[in-house]
Design a protein around this ligand. Structure first.
Ligand code: FAD
Length: 391
């Protein structure tokens, strides 16, 4: 599909990015009757990524967008039953029921989530792939915003929502706070169809499992991500966020000599689907967007270290709040739009800013020498707490 400003009337809302944030926002805003276009730079949506954690607040947000979204996403996700924590030398520190077993928390493939949100988009939403936003003009205020894409096409919209991740173009053109901050941690992530692996030992023998191996200021974890998939991720300290020529070769080298399951899991992964990225965040700011008709959502607005597992949840909550404040607003009414976006930003920044700081602290601690002992104590306390009889 190609978009052109020359022969189309302006969209009410253009969303940049078809990640969980952009897709959920498209659902929520289309439900309010707005004409919505999503512009995604990828040529096709491929099965990449690992697993995302979704707990009750994430499902509650999906439920508000459309109850069937929460039900259907949950149906493709898995609640962890067993949990194993070990040191690099094989010492087992925790092997028990997962502290999250029986709760509403689930793991779910990132691509499974993206696929489901995409397939269920309301018919009125138009998704434009191969549309890499490179620039836009939001002035004068009484003219539509003109979006410019790398493929030479352009498009007009009355409101622009940058859901284009932690390197957001929409953010750099409005907030202008420079590049995101590298946290000194590199990650490698992948997903493996379960049938590619021989039957696995504990914690995966008794249904859904989560396993964590900690050592040398590195972490490697594996989990059942539902839909017959296992997901894995590894983190290590690295002075720069440069990607290597081969993510497969690098991750094998970083975790060489670790438990044999680590190498098996990595080698069973389709090499081109392994994601190698630095972990970035930003200092919270008091305004997202231009204060008029451009705003941000998800990682573009509040990039957060993955240590709290809240990236997708916060993006869904942003989508809900944005749709609530814009409900009933005429997209041509410039002052009403500005007032609604201000309200959205104030409400969400109040929630997200402290979490960005908390995630940063947790993320730093995750590579400390006492990480294994801290996790053991935390898992034991959480399980004991869950097993405590109700008084
Ligand atoms: C490919 C990918 C895989 C991920 N895998 C995991 C994972 O396995 N586990 C996990 O916890 N988190 C993962 N994340 C991050 C997590 O999904 C986010 O923290 C969170 O869900 C917030 O989503 P978001 O939609 O705000 O941002 P993102 O998920 O980052 O999505 C942003 C989207 O915008 C698109 N985009 C960026 N710039 C432009 C542009 N200029 N023009 C058009 N489109 C643009 C990107 O291609 C992407 O599709 C992944 C992100 C991506 C992009």
């Amino acid at each position: 599909m190609a978009a052109s400003s020359s022969n189309t009337s302006p969209l009410d809302i253009a969303i940049i990015g078809a990640g969980p944030g952009g897709l959920s926002a498209a659902h929520a805003l289309a439900n309010q009757g707005f004409s919505v276009g999503i512009f995604e730079r990828a040529h096709a949506l491929h099965p990449i990524g690992a697993a995302v954690g979704l707990a009750e607040p994430g499902y509650a947000a999906l439920q508000k967008i459309r109850p069937s979204l929460a039900t259907q996403v949950r149906a493709q996700a898995t609640n962890p039953k067993r949990q194993l924590l070990m040191r690099l030398n094989g010492e087992i520190l925790f092997c028990d029921e997962s502290p999250l077993a029986g709760t509403s928390f689930t793991w779910l493939g990132w691509y499974t989530l993206q696929t489901y949100l995409r397939q269920t988009l309301p018919a009125s939403v138009r998704l434009f792939l191969n549309h890499h936003l490179i620039d836009f003009s939001a002035e004068p205020l009484d003219a539509p915003i003109c979006l410019k894409f790398q493929n030479q096409s352009d498009c007009l919209a009355r409101i622009l929502v940058g859901a284009d991740g932690y390197r957001s173009v929409a953010r750099s053109k409005t907030v202008g706070d420079g590049a995101p901050l590298y946290t000194g941690t590199m990650t490698w992530r992948g997903v493996v169809p379960r049938q590619r692996l021989a039957p696995l030992a504990d914690p995966f023998t008794e249904g859904a499992g989560f396993q964590l191996i900690v050592g040398e200021q590195k972490n490697f974890w594996m989990m059942d991500a539902g839909a017959e998939q296992l997901a894995w991720g590894g983190t290590a300290l690295q002075s720069n966020p440069d990607k290597s020529e081969s993510a497969l070769a690098t991750v094998l080298q970083v975790f060489a000599g670790w438990a044999s399951i680590v190498e098996k899991m990595i080698r069973a992964t389709e090499p081109t689907s392994i994601i190698e990225t630095g972990v970035f965040d930003r200092e919270p700011v008091s305004q997202w967007g231009d204060g008029h008709r451009v705003t941000l959502l998800g990682d573009a607005a509040h990039p957060i270290r993955p240590s709290l597992g809240l990236g997708a949840t916060l993006a869904f909550q942003d989508a809900v709040t944005l749709a609530q404040v814009l409900a009933g607003v005429d997209s041509k009414n410039i002052s009403a739009v500005a007032e609604a976006l201000l309200h959205y930003e104030q409400e969400r920044i109040r929630v997200t800013a402290p979490l960005q700081h908390q995630a940063r602290q947790e993320g730093t601690a995750s590579h400390a020498d006492d990480q294994a002992d801290r996790l053991k104590a935390a898992f034991e306390a959480a399980l004991a707490n869950r097993r405590k009889p109700d008084l």
